[in-house]
Design a protein around this ligand. Structure first.
Ligand code: FA5
Length: 350
């Protein structure tokens, strides 16, 4: 074999033996097999040789070229395997039989207050109803004595679907369906209608520490013969004292909602600032929590109930605000922010 070729092969093997990482192989490939590499350079000497020498030299150079390429590929495979083994050996030991140590999840504060309220009202004979988040204009407004173009609609702008349906702006949107569901039992069996219906509400309005565009309310209605404001006040007081498990300051003032007459705003003294005023209560010291009133005769009639024979009360508790007050959450937006560290503070027995 040509001496130059033998020398070059030895030089190649020495350099290849010194390689310890896949990344260094490319340098060797360029140095020997690249356009200006040593093996490619041998070909350039062919011009000086006789035709017989050319044939034998050419064959040897080609064999060297193929051998070098094969050796580089072998080395690459060997190094990749070594690197993989090193990586595997450096991993911490993992035993699939050992149960994972996972942090316990927690209930959302709104879920906690909702369950608490449901328990309280169930114990007083109320059923808990579920209702759709997408409703019709009739359910959300017209059945509630709010005809088209009534100014009360301005307070509750919401999100509309192309088919005319809307995301409900108030849980009151379920009232009409509840009256229709239970009116036969009321009239034929004398069973009072007692129902609560918690649900997510939507409003197209700007957010601040006590307003969200997506929040929860819990509606409650009771209809029977001789239901009066005293019944309403009794249920509101019982609910609040059981939820807060402490004395809280409450004020009842007149409020206008077309579906109740008379209507009230029930506010509680802000538990974040103790009534001094802060962003959570819009600096008033009071938080609007649970508007309520006696169901308007038009609304009962629309639900198939004779208002001359039956009366009832309705309330719309702000569940999200209740959770703020119950757990001392200063900004309502934290409740929708999915900050698990914040929310997990409220884990407690359900
Ligand atoms: C209503 O939605 C009426 N449907 C309540 C009602 C029911 C009145 C039955 C009479 C009889 P209002 O818009 O005030 O009313 O909302 C009721 C409660 O929901 C408020 O007191 C407040 O606690 C809560 N709430 C209203 N808007 C928001 C908001 N953007 N972010 C958070 N909570 C809100």
């Amino acid at each position: 074999m040509n001496e130059q070729i033998v020398q070059l092969q030895q030089e190649f093997e020495q350099k290849l033996a010194a390689v310890t990482a896949v990344s260094e192989l490319e340098e060797i490939r360029i140095a020997f097999l690249g356009k200006n590499g040593s093996v490619t350079g041998l070909m350039k000497q062919m011009g000086k040789l006789s035709p017989e020498e050319k044939k034998s030299f050419g064959q040897q150079v080609n064999q060297l070229k193929t051998a070098c390429a094969d050796r580089i590929n072998e080395k690459q495979a060997a190094l990749a395997k070594e690197e993989m083994e090193r990586e595997i050996n450096s991993m911490p030991e993992f035993d699939v039989a050992v149960p994972p140590v996972l942090a316990r999840g927690s209930y959302h504060p709104i879920t906690l207050v909702q369950r608490k309220c449901e328990k309280i009202f169930r114990s007083m004979g109320f059923t808990v109803e579920d209702y759709s988040e997408v409703v019709t204009d009739y359910e959300c407004f017209e059945s509630l004595n709010i005809p088209k173009f009534h100014p009360a609609r301005d307070m509750q702008d919401t999100y509309y679907l192309e088919n005319g349906q809307l995301l409900k702006s108030q849980t009151s949107a379920a009232q009409n369906a509840i009256y229709k569901k239970y009116r036969d039992q009321l009239v034929n069996e004398g069973k009072p209608i007692r129902a609560i219906f918690p649900g997510r509400c939507f409003r197209n309005e700007s957010t601040d520490a006590c307003h969200e565009n997506t929040f929860f309310q819990m509606e409650g209605v009771m209809v029977d013969k001789n239901i009066s404001i005293s019944n309403l006040i009794f249920f509101m007081k019982t609910m609040l004292s059981e939820v807060f498990e402490q004395d809280i300051k409450v004020r009842l003032r007149p409020g206008f909602f077309p579906f109740v007459e008379p209507g009230f705003e029930l506010d509680i003294s802000c538990l974040i600032c103790g009534g001094d005023g802060c962003p959570s209560c819009k600096h008033s010291g009071w938080l609007e929590l649970c508007p309520c009133g006696m169901i308007h005769p038009n609304v009962l009639r629309e639900g198939g109930i004779d208002p001359d024979e039956y009366t009832g009360f309705a309330f719309g508790l702000g569940l999200t605000r209740l959770a703020m007050m119950k757990y001392g959450i200063k900004d309502i937006r934290d409740l929708n922010a999915a900050g698990l560290t914040n929310l997990s503070q409220f884990t407690e027995d359900k």
